[in-house]
Design a protein around this ligand. Structure first.
Ligand SMILES: C[S@@+](CC[C@H](N)C(=O)[O-])C[C@H]1O[C@@H](n2cnc3c(N)ncnc32)[C@H](O)[C@@H]1O
Length: 211
């Protein structure tokens, strides 16, 4: 599908330089680019597939619902949704991407969409790359563009901490999410949560619903 959503690198603010040559960090080379590939990795590491996790968290959502992923990279997670039957998929990333659905280059902190434009807005492994100083802004935007559901799969820690990733990619921050989102909008309902432990770190998958 073609690129139909306006977005501009002109909106990107520092310190994001690392992401702009992120491809050279080798993430896409190190990670599978097929749904069956990522399913296998998840099965080995967590005991369930990425597809099963997705079904567990958003399987109840209408397949015609408009969905946005912020930080969609090569679109692997959007491909999982596509295979589950979702049809109205959008993605944004700081880098140009090639994914199923309509994609824009945009910064999650300044999303080029109207309030409530999406039934579901989600992130997967993206919030964790934002410096904690920017997390409020990113979460405010995620909440603003979602009409009802917000899903996250993010690096988690009870106490905010920094992760080095051995220089393979930019630093990451583990925060007790969805704490930021719930602080910004205390009326949000936490519908589901699942801690996923992998090596010495933990991801949290959480689903929030607007009142
Ligand atoms: C680990 S990858 C995410 C992979 C993808 N979500 C998936 O599940 O397959 C992190 C992505 O977040 C993007 N990213 C980082 N900060 C961002 C921001 N402020 N706005 C939009 N995208 C961002 C990076 O360019 C990168 O592609």
């Amino acid at each position: 599908m073609s690129v139909t959503v306006p977005g501009s690198l002109g909106k990107v603010r520092p310190p994001l330089e690392k992401w702009q040559d992120w491809r050279t960090c080798g993430w896409t080379e190190r990670n599978p680019d097929t749904v069956s590939g990522i399913d296998e990795v998840y099965k080995t590491q967590f005991g369930f597939t990425r597809t099963q996790l997705t079904e567990e968290f958003i399987g109840h959502i209408d397949r015609a619902a408009r969905v946005l992923e912020v930080g969609c990279a090569g679109g692997l997670q959007l491909k999982v949704l596509e295979q589950l039957g979702f049809t109205d998929l959008f993605g944004v990333d700081l880098r140009p991407t090639v994914v199923p659905g309509r994609v824009a280059v945009a910064d999650g902190r300044w999303l080029p969409f109207a309030d409530g434009a999406f039934e579901l807005a989600f992130t997967s492994g993206t919030m964790m790359h934002l410096h904690p100083a920017f997390r409020d802004r990113f979460c405010e935007e995620l909440l603003r563009v979602s009409r009802r559901w917000i899903w996250g799969v993010e690096l988690w820690a009870a106490v905010p901490s920094r992760w080095e990733w051995n220089g393979l990619m930019p630093n990451a921050w583990a925060l007790p999410e969805p704490g930021t989102l719930l602080r910004i909008n205390p009326a949000l309902r936490l519908r589901k949560e699942r801690k996923m432990c992998r090596y010495n770190f933990t991801y949290n998958s959480f689903l929030l619903e607007k009142p």
